[in-house]
Design a protein around this ligand. Sequence first.
Ligand SMILES: NC(=O)C1=CN([C@@H]2O[C@H](COP(=O)(O)OP(=O)(O)OC[C@H]3O[C@@H](n4cnc5c(N)ncnc54)[C@H](OP(=O)(O)O)[C@@H]3O)[C@@H](O)[C@H]2O)C=CC1
Ligand SMILES: Nc1nc2c(c(=O)[nH]1)N=C([C@H](O)[C@@H](O)CO)CN2
Length: 235
Amino acid sequence: MTAPILITGAGQRIGQAFARACLDRGQPIIVTYRTYRPAIDALQKAGAECLHADFATNEGIDGFIDALKARTDKLRAIIHNASDWLPESEDSDPADVMNAMMQIHVMTPYRINLACRSMLEQGDSTTDIIHMTDYVVEKGSAKHIAYAASKAALTNLTLSFSRLLAPKVKVNAVAPSLIMFNPGDSEAYREKTLKKSLMGIEPGAEVAVATLQFLLDNPYITGRTLPLDGGRHLA
Ligand SMILES: NC(=O)C1=CN([C@@H]2O[C@H](COP(=O)(O)OP(=O)(O)OC[C@H]3O[C@@H](n4cnc5c(N)ncnc54)[C@H](OP(=O)(O)O)[C@@H]3O)[C@@H](O)[C@H]2O)C=CC1
Ligand SMILES: Nc1nc2c(c(=O)[nH]1)N=C([C@H](O)[C@@H](O)CO)CN2
């Protein structure tokens, strides 16, 4: 029986797209969601194990870990996809923003990776951890300061866990820039954002799905961040 891949935050967008791609390939998955949507039922019907989890508190993380351990004792991979893209704003306390960003992008992967180490070390073949970071790690962000800092910390976790878990477990990151807009994004924002990369397109989740699968299939990449940014660094 193939060990499952754990995908966090698979209720929508990139996480959901990768979950569907795994199921289409016959790869067992366990997914987390925070907000119930009909898409969760659809994933369940297609064979996914769907676990509710809110990683905003350490109790929420640890409760999820207990629920995961009750379902499996081995994992093929962990995809840390769950994320909030919180900006700084007049009506939010910067401390709350920083704490929330560090909780979801750093504390959550940190605690889950340590708790699930033995699940990844079962069996004979190499396994994977993949962190979803962000292009802004390279450049910073004037409007998402805490978010960018937390993704930079997640990038460093990639290095440390790669050292800790090699050679049994490969640990890598994918650093996207624009992959898909959000429904509320204005035309002006969309136009401005598309101009920020050389490719000038909104590629859609499939490019992230292909990159994740590439890392899972490659036996020799670890401790690396794959940029997925349409040449934004040269625009
Ligand atoms: N989309 C893009 O263009 C880009 C994406 N990325 C990164 O790629 C990854 C996927 O992006 P995208 O699909 O847009 O992500 P989303 O913004 O759709 O977030 C993914 C999921 O994270 C879950 N989540 C957020 N906070 C929590 C929490 N406290 N506990 C549990 N789950 C939580 C949400 O769950 P729910 O909906 O169930 O509440 C959400 O569905 C993210 O890490 C993102 O930072 C980076 C650059 C660009
Ligand atoms: N959790 C999320 N992180 C990010 C998102 C998102 O929708 N959810 N979106 C972006 C933008 O697409 C940005 O890359 C381009 O403006 C960044 N992170």
